[in-house]
Design a protein around this ligand. Structure first.
Ligand SMILES: Cc1cc2nc3c(=O)[nH]c(=O)nc-3n(C[C@H](O)[C@H](O)[C@H](O)COP(=O)(O)O)c2cc1C
Ligand code: SF4
Length: 509
């Protein structure tokens, strides 16, 4: 078999020079008769560009490789020889050894655009199983697995499927939400770039479950690599007969609005309208895209289906804790030493994730706060680090796990400024449909600025609390409804930052 050299084509690796490394290694590989594979990322960002070579003992990695390293690497690389940046077998590194990779099992391992490799690694078996089952039995498998939506709300996937399946209509749709707007998250992107056939298989399983003839993947425009990867993989799957006659997939590109990740605004956007939130009911499962019953799920939710069908619901449910079953691809970002994607069963504590897996801060400064769950997530202080990564445990502490993003802040962060940023974000991203969010976020930012300037601090904190309650209970969707979480958690856990009147009002940026 031809020896292969793996250089990630993933956007994060490309951002740190993977294309230049590939171009510099290409003549050396050609001279040795070695094939270059542009694989996905394995998710350890500090090792990118992680170059791997086939060796008798398995794949051997070198990282992080810059184009300047090629001169010293090329002479030893093809024999997997010694080099200061040799990291050995990636699977043996603690960052990977501690993971349970169910969804990301193939990401960074196989050639993402090879359907043959995908199938050889167990791909499409879940779809075959799904097609052998009656709709009700298929949905029951998903129910038994305990799978909940990974897009943010954690809603039981099988319930949505059942509602859509039971709706009587001549046409139904599956929509994959790949808008991935949460700060510090990149799992959807990594999966679409590194294992696109998994998402296609997951969507085909969902379509089988509900009887859909057409699926859409709504990808944010900031993900050009993922868009290309999905378009190419869809074409390949179509040529191979997995898509086409009974179910087909179309890739659609968003236009840069955070709110278009909200499922009903996403539907408006797909219909060619300005993305605005629709009141519910009707639920999209009953009346969604173009008025037809529509199943909307996040990339990671759909990508979990093939494992559940292949290995069985019990195998998936075996992982996790409480009502949070299976694994969660957690994304570590911000001031963190070992940033990247870490897939693990629910239940690992926040402190383990930040300090043991993440290695603490990159700067070496103490951690002061972490924001979990994107821009709508609460800020937790280190005293909350015993919280297990679990939907209910986070809710009990007025937080949310959302799409699994953890952003770490060191002791230089000003939490009043972060609270102001939350309100400002809401002002900019509000769809404008309801008053608590559209007007409340503007008033909220102004009130925080008064507090930061030391103006009637206690009275303004009371106004802020009142305003946050109005937004929380009066907003039409979770953008206005959840922005109070970062704001009020900052006030609750870091009160000193709101009462230090002497602090100058820093410029936004
Ligand atoms: C403002 C806002 C933005 C959202 N952005 C996303 C997103 O980028 N991706 C996503 O999957 N879900 C997002 N959601 C959640 C979706 O509305 C919806 O719950 C999800 O797509 C359902 O899929 P799931 O059940 O698989 O999680 C967002 C929700 C809100 C309120
Ligand atoms: S909460 Fe904000 S984003 Fe949501 S519907 Fe109201 S105005 Fe639109």
């Amino acid at each position: 078999m031809t020896q292969r050299l793996y250089i990630p084509g993933d956007a994060a690796a490309v951002a740190v020079g993977a294309d230049q490394v590939a171009a510099a290694l290409a003549p050396h590989a050609a001279a040795k008769g070695v094939a270059i594979v542009r694989n996905g990322s394995r998710g350890a960002h500090e090792l990118e560009t992680l170059v791997e070579i086939d060796a008798p003992q398995g794949r051997v990695g070198y990282g992080p490789i810059d184009v300047e390293d090629v001169a010293t690497l090329a002479p030893v690389l093809f024999d997997a020889g010694p080099h200061p940046k040799r990291v050995g077998r990636p699977e043996e590194l603690p960052f990977f050894k501690k993971q349970t990779r169910l969804t990301f099992a193939r990401c960074g391992v196989i050639d993402p655009q090879s359907l043959d490799e995908y199938r050889a690694a167990g791909g499409m078996k879940g779809l075959e199983k799904a097609q052998s089952l009656q709709q009700a039995a298929l949905i029951d498998q998903i129910l038994q697995s305990g799978l909940r939506g990974r897009g943010g709300a954690g809603f039981p996937t099988a319930i949505k499927m059942k509602t859509t399946a039971e709706a009587k209509a001549p046409r139904k749709f599956v929509v994959c939400n790949a808008d991935e707007g949460d700060s510090g998250t990149f799992a959807d992107r990594m999966l679409m770039e590194g294992d696109p056939f998994l998402l296609i298989e997951g969507m085909a399983i969902a379509a089988t479950a509900i009887g859909a003839y057409k699926g859409f993947v709504y990808i944010r425009s900031e993900y050009p690599h993922a868009i290309r990867a999905m378009q190419k993989a869809v074409e390949t799957a179509r040529k191979a007969g997995y898509l086409g006659d009974t179910f087909d997939i179309e890739i659609r590109v968003g236009a840069g609005a955070y709110v278009c990740g909200e499922e009903t605004a996403l539907l408006d956007s797909l219909e060619g309208k300005r993305g605005q939130v629709r009141p519910k009911p009707p639920l999209p499962a009953i009346q969604g895209l173009f008025g037809a019953p529509t199943l909307i799920n996040n990339v990671l939710t759909l990508a979990a289906l093939p494992f559940i069908l292949t290995e069985g619901a019990a195998a998936y449910k075996d992982y996790g804790m409480g009502r949070s079953r299976g694994t969660m691809p957690i994304q570590l970002a911000g001031d963190i030493k070992n940033g990247g994607l870490f897939e693990t069963a629910f239940g690992m504590s926040l402190g383990e994730l930040v300090n043991d897996i993440g290695g603490g801060t990159q700067t070496g400064r103490p951690v002061r706060a972490v924001q979990v769950g994107g821009p709508l997530g609460a800020y937790f202080p280190p005293s909350y680090f015993d919280t297990p990564f679990d939907y209910e445990a986070f809710t009990a502490k007025d937080g949310l796990i959302g799409h699994g993003g953890i952003v770490v802040f060191n002791d230089t962060v000003n939490m009043a400024r972060q609270a102001r940023f939350a309100m400002e974000f809401c002002t900019v991203e509000s769809c404008g449909k309801c008053t608590p969010c559209r007007i409340g976020s503007v008033r909220g930012r102004e009130t925080i600025e008064k507090i930061m300037a030391g103006e009637d601090v206690e009275a303004n904190l009371e106004i802020l609390t009142d305003l946050c309650n109005t937004m929380k209970f009066g907003s039409l969707c979770a953008l206005g409804g959840f922005i109070p979480y970062p704001v009020m958690s900052a006030v609750r856990h870091f009160p000193e930052d709101f009462r230090a009147c002497a602090r100058a009002l820093e410029p936004v940026g």
